[in-house]
Design a protein around this ligand. Structure first.
Ligand SMILES: C[S@@+](CC[C@H](N)C(=O)[O-])C[C@H]1O[C@@H](n2cnc3c(N)ncnc32)[C@H](O)[C@@H]1O
Length: 214
């Protein structure tokens, strides 16, 4: 992991906020991600008294949806501007928004959350650190918990020259190599996007922790 891998996000958010224009952030939907909304309506586990963490939460819409569903939500991003913007957008939110680097997370977050949710962070970081990124995300999940990962996928072995770098299914399978079990996998196609193919995978995190892989 090199600092440069994540350095470009903060200036992009800062410029967009300075101009009051979230439209400058290519990934900002300004509403809950349909893949999360659909899962909450159809498949989400009990939320009462349960914690959730939103990895690299961007402008916060997914974190808010999880909080509205009943989870006690922590949401983090490496961009201080993104986090400030979340707090500005949702002043009465129950979400604990926090600036944090996925590679230097507070130690007490390890194995802590009942639900770990990520949309489009893995693909935003270079392919050569992909296993490490997946390991950091997986390590947030408590034993017996759930990880919900939604991402763009690519068919070609060769990644694009610039971000984002959609995942191959083989790269995504690193979650299983770490011991997480697939509960359900749903594929989606967005014909309006140059990143047509997407997948959402719900994993169950094994009860036994402390194995070599976790
Ligand atoms: C493509 S955006 C996705 C944001 C949000 N998850 C979404 O889908 O709208 C990637 C996010 O990862 C954040 N990020 C990049 N590197 C990070 C790191 N090392 N730790 C935490 N967040 C990071 C960026 O600031 C950005 O908000």
């Amino acid at each position: 992991m090199s600092a440069q891998d994540s350095d470009w996000f903060e200036p992009l958010y800062a410029d967009a906020l300075a101009q009051g224009d979230p439209g400058q952030i290519p990934w900002a939907l300004m509403e809950v991600t349909p893949y999360l909304q659909d899962w909450l309506e159809q498949a989400a586990p009990e939320s009462t008294g349960r914690s959730a963490v939103v990895v690299a939460c961007g402008l916060g819409d997914d974190a808010e949806a999880l909080a509205n569903y009943g989870f006690e939500v922590t949401a983090f991003d490496i961009s201080a501007t993104a986090i400030a913007w979340c707090q500005q957008r949702f002043p009465n939110s129950s979400v604990h928004y926090q600036v944090a680097d996925l590679f230097q997370l507070p130690p007490d977050w390890r194995y802590r959350f009942d639900l770990v949710y990520d949309f489009r962070t893995i693909q935003a970081l270079p392919v050569d650190i992909r296993p490490e990124v997946i390991e950091q995300i997986a390590a947030l999940a408590a034993p017996g918990g759930t990880a919900l990962i939604a991402t763009y996928i690519r068919q070609s072995e060769t990644p694009p020259d610039s971000a984002p770098w959609p995942l191959t299914l083989a790269e995504l399978a690193h979650f299983e190599a770490l011991g997480l079990e697939v509960v359900r996998q749903d594929r989606f196609v967005n014909r309006d996007s140059r990143f047509r193919d997407r997948v959402r995978v719900e994993y169950r995190v094994p009860q036994a922790v402390g194995t070599a892989s976790r």
